[in-house]
Design a binder for this molecule. Structure first.
Ligand code: SF4
Length: 416
């Protein structure tokens, strides 16, 4: 399933953390310049993490994630703390907000960020009322923790905070890798194939299609777009053959049939695996399908919750193709939302959706979680190409991914 174009998922995500009533929501409002988050003197007003996209000078669009205090208490408080901690999986940078105090909760957050290799800035909030002791600031500076003093009341410190964020945000979060423009030499073109069938959304293109075309425009490349049936006509009218054909996963076998065998070809979903995740890892993951046996458990994971349609890609088509391809009696289960099932280790394979609505950080965290448990992961597009017998062709333009797939395929077949 694909929805609206989602530039938000390509923007850096910055989490705002701190004890209850440390001024996290007022800091978000300070950044936003208006009252978005409910600011209250009563501790623990923020429940679920609140996401807000803001155009920050010099940083561009940034998604700020305002969270509940991680020192929250009680049954509900525990749930809020869990959600706060879960949000660490998706952010590229953490702002640790404090009114000047420092204790176990702050140390705990620094430790968590260290473990996740997540960069962090200490934001001393309410600096108009009280400043943190100089010895504390020195001690933290000695540990390499960047600090910024702000006052949301006096409107001071915003420039320093933006500068610190600019310096500390990982390069990749500020300039995500191109989707495909780096694959196509200057002066060459790309042929996009977009089937308009019953599964296509009315009146618009799906997010990965729009994103791929926009990337070609950014790269000053020539793009053409057709439906699968028009591939031969397009090749006929074009004076020079396109360098690459990009098609919808569900039309990949048709496009392979219609396109000349020496024309490089891949799918939007494989491109999503490339920019959102780790294409070699997910290509190796797809090879697991070759070794699936009766009773093996497969998790199909989708980020967005929706009602399954009769021809639903995740709920219906992929399970049917899997059963037909493997001939095995598989235990297929489905996961929806931003979290994996708690017991991931019981699965032989996770087949993940394209992830167009989540950022790369969250997808990489998901891959790492599965990797730690030794569970291979692939995505819809890579799996569909394999299930249609055209994966080697779809990966030809990505030599590292093709090699990873071939190596894992030999191992999977040997284990069978
Ligand atoms: S994130 Fe996944 S489920 Fe949601 S629209 Fe994108 S591909 Fe579909």
């Amino acid at each position: 399933m694909q929805m609206q174009p989602q530039p938000k998922a390509m923007s850096p995500h910055i989490g705002i953390y701190g004890r209850r009533n440390a001024g996290k929501s007022s800091l978000l409002n300070f950044l936003l310049g208006y009252e978005l988050a409910l600011v209250s003197a009563i501790a623990g007003t923020t429940a679920d993490p609140v996401e807000k996209t803001l155009e920050v000078p010099r940083l561009g669009p940034v998604v700020f994630v305002d969270t509940a205090g991680y020192d929250d208490e009680g049954e509900l408080g525990e749930l809020r703390v869990q959600k706060t901690l879960a949000s660490l999986k998706q952010v590229n940078l953490a702002l640790l907000v404090s009114e000047g105090g420092w204790g176990e909760p702050e140390e705990e957050m620094v430790k968590l960020c260290d473990e996740k290799k997540l960069r962090l800035i200490v934001v001393w909030n309410k600096s108009d009322l009280a400043r943190p002791p100089a010895c504390l600031q020195e001690k933290l500076a000695g540990r390499g923790l960047p600090q910024v003093l702000v006052s949301t009341v006096n409107n001071t410190g915003l420039d320093d905070l933006v500068l610190a964020m600019l310096q500390i945000l990982p390069e990749e979060a500020l300039a995500p890798p191109p989707m495909l423009s780096d694959l196509i030499p200057a002066g060459e073109s790309c042929l996009f194939v977009a089937p308009i069938d019953s599964s296509a959304p009315k009146g618009r293109l799906i997010a990965p299609q729009v994103q791929a075309m926009r990337d070609c425009l950014d790269g000053h490349l020539v793009s053409h777009i057709v439906q699968p049936q028009e591939i031969p006509a397009a090749l006929e009218v074009l004076k020079k053959r396109p360098y690459l054909l990009v098609c919808d996963s569900q039309a990949v076998d048709e496009c392979v049939r219609l396109a000349p065998p020496d024309l490089s070809l891949t799918t939007y979903s494989i491109l999503m695996a490339r920019i959102k995740g780790d294409l070699p890892f997910m290509s190796a993951g797809a090879a697991t399908i070759l070794g699936l046996k009766d009773g093996d458990a497969v998790c199909i994971s989708e980020v967005c919750a929706h009602h399954a349609q009769p021809d639903d890609i995740g709920r219906v088509k992929i399970p049917n193709w899997l059963k037909k391809f493997t001939g095995a009696d598989l235990k297929i289960s489905f996961a929806q939302g931003r979290d994996y099932p708690a017991d991931l280790s019981r699965y032989k394979l996770v087949i993940h959706c394209g992830g167009c609505m989540i950022n790369r950080q969250l997808m990489l965290t998901r891959l790492a979680e599965a990797g730690r448990k030794g569970v291979p992961v692939t995505n819809y597009g890579v799996a569909i190409s394999l299930l249609h017998g055209v994966l080697e062709r779809s990966l030809q333009i990505f030599p590292a991914a093709l090699e990873a797939y071939r190596k894992a395929a030999i191992e999977a077949l040997a284990r069978k």
